[in-house]
Design a protein around this ligand. Sequence first.
Ligand SMILES: Nc1nc2c(ncn2[C@@H]2O[C@H](COP(=O)(O)OP(=O)(O)OP(=O)(O)O)[C@@H](O)[C@H]2O)c(=O)[nH]1
Ligand SMILES: [Mg+2]
Length: 355
Amino acid sequence: MAVIPQTETPIAIHTGEDEIEQFAKLAQPTIMAVGLGGAGSNIITWIKEKGIVGAKLVAVNTDANHLRITKADRRILIGANLTKGLGCGGYPELGAKALLESADKVVQEIADANIIFLVAGLGGGTGTGAIVALSEELRKRFTESPVPHLVIGVVTLPFEVETARMEIAKKGLDSLKKSCDTVVVIDNNRLVKIAGNLPFKEALGVANTTIGKFIKGITETITTASLINLDYADLRAIMQGAGLASIGVGEGAGEGRVEQAVEKAINGRLLDIEDVTKARGLLIHVSGGEDLTLFEVSHAAEIVKRSLPPKAKVVWGARVDEEMHGSVSVMAVVTGVESAFLKRREKRIGPIKLR
Ligand SMILES: Nc1nc2c(ncn2[C@@H]2O[C@H](COP(=O)(O)OP(=O)(O)OP(=O)(O)O)[C@@H](O)[C@H]2O)c(=O)[nH]1
Ligand SMILES: [Mg+2]
């Protein structure tokens, strides 16, 4: 912790120095992105390769071989006694135990952060088990903590062909909803359709890019000077205790580029929301080249707001990205929604009649 210089003002006498330190820190929140399991680690690698300003990247896995090829600021092997570095083979109970075996190591690395993104592909063993166990552990430890925290889960749902993994994912998501402030959900199946029926491996790449851009976009709009800054309070206003969230991304170029991008972002939502008119909050993030104007940004927000209930809170941020020339990219995050996936009833096979 930085040492606060001694001062003779009454503030120093009446207000605890720790308190000043804490509040000052929030103007520059510490951000951490933690990838769990194979998919989570791949997404962290994507962000690390692109570079990110203002967040520390941590990868957590039971699979030593995968961890070895993962790029992160800190890599943590969990559950070495339990799984011997060999992964969890699709069993989330093992993933949860592995996390608990190494909980101190992981929590110590991330507990100072004000904003924590927990990232995993639901449906496997390590990611599903460990993301739930870690978010529950953080919730327990943070209840006593004087430092404000926002824990945002970011997960993918399995492909329909991965039928055995669906139930695991559903259970995981149900638990995660209770222990995270918000869970941003990306349904791999919708992603494949929206991206034009891509083959499996390429679809995973698109998912990684989408999630990577989401984390990088929000982090950098908070931590660096932007056209319109986002701050901790904005994010907290729409994400604290907000349940599920859906994200949509779209790009546009040329005339009407903002309308194009917004329309794609809204229609291309990556979760099957039941009823968007019940949404609680909306975050709009706009990025564009140096020609991006404030008018375009507010216009983008206006268009999205039309499809939401009037009471929904809206926050937005905008950044100039020097690599974008003439095009505009819009990301819309709708919070406080219900997913049809979570409510869908499983088809059950009835008792088999022999006669
Ligand atoms: N977005 C994305 N999803 C992936 C990727 N790899 C796998 N998935 C999805 O994530 C789910 C979980 O897979 P993994 O992350 O490999 O599993 P794990 O958490 O490492 O679990 P175990 O290997 O069983 O210990 C899969 O069912 C896929 O739907 C990836 O690179 N990116
Ligand atoms: Mg794995």
